[in-house]
Design a protein around this ligand. Structure first.
Ligand code: HEC
Length: 159
């Protein structure tokens, strides 16, 4: 082969290599960086928490106020509510479900303990009708991550 022709032919390949390698390296670094970064797992944790709160635990049933027709007032989602129902027999009972947004008064450790054992700080337990949930620790962490910053517009599955 004519050496000048061979050189001319090899130029695009060398150029491709010179340009392509750094671009490839940058792309690889940014992809693996995104995987190792903290924002993606945090978002996934909150999304799981949203599912557990809005679709499994149905916390809104009691912790979100209702209008006169009994519809949940989503503009006050999880901000606490006076319960519109009572037991038929005398029993321990709480008439008010406190605000959940931000989990006021409970740090992460106390909230995790409550959601996994049903026990509040000082050995207190919530009165009925608050269900004593026993979330698995990883699920409790997801619920906490979501309740620190719930999305007011997210619709509950029920009602
Ligand atoms: C059937 C009604 C009902 C449902 C459903 C419900 N709660 Fe409650 N919750 C209550 C009531 C009522 C209280 C107040 C109990 C008391 O004052 O003794 C309460 C109390 C709490 C407290 C205690 C706050 C404190 O510091 O004293 C937390 C935290 C809580 N609920 C979280 C949740 C979460 C999270 C869910 C959903 C996974 C949920 N609740 C679902 C009725 C409910």
């Amino acid at each position: 082969m004519n050496p000048r022709f061979a050189r001319a032919l090899s130029f695009p390949f060398v150029a491709l290599l010179l340009v392509g390698l750094p671009i490839g390296a940058i792309l690889f670094a940014s992809c693996s960086g995104a995987k190792a970064g903290s924002s993606e797992p945090a978002a996934a944790l909150r999304e799981r928490g949203r599912y557990l709160v809005e679709q499994v635990g149905l916390c809104a049933d009691c912790h979100t106020p209702r209008d006169e027709q009994g519809r949940l007032q989503m503009d006050r989602h999880l901000l606490g509510a006076a319960l519109p129902f009572q037991p038929k027999v005398p029993m321990p009972w709480a008439d008010v479900a406190p605000p959940l947004t931000g989990l006021p008064g409970l740090d992460d450790a106390a909230a995790r303990r409550f959601l996994t054992t049903g026990e509040l700080p000082g050995g207190r337990r919530p009165r009925p009708p608050m269900p004593e949930f026993r979330f698995a620790p990883a699920d409790a962490d997801a619920v906490i991550a979501y309740l620190r910053r719930p999305q007011p517009a997210s619709p509950p599955a029920a009602h």
